[in-house]
Design a binder for this molecule. Sequence first.
Ligand SMILES: [Zn+2]
Length: 119
Amino acid sequence: MSNLLKQRRTLGERLWRRVERRPDGCWVFTGYQTKKGYGKIHRGPGSRELVRVHRAAWEVTYGPIPEGLFVLHHCDNPPCCNPEHLFLGTNSDNMRDMVAKGRGNGQYRSGNGQYRKSS
Ligand SMILES: [Zn+2]
């Protein structure tokens, strides 16, 4: 029964009740996270697909993500899903952004908000 009720919640409902709205403006997902710090959530109902929470946040706020585009973070905080911190970009934007922000060398820590900015 409780399982059924859970299934009936929309993606947005399930997402927003699992975010911690931090004073710095980031909405940090408190559910399942990958090693890289990206939050993941079941797309449901009826779908077992796991979607990244920042992509889910974009979809429930602004609508479907155009094919081939990525949802990137202004705040460079992977588990953040505040729609105001997200923007669409191409894969090369993503790469450029990563290099510019010095990401990809494991300096970011996920969970408990213990991430550091590189600047
Ligand atoms: Zn943020």
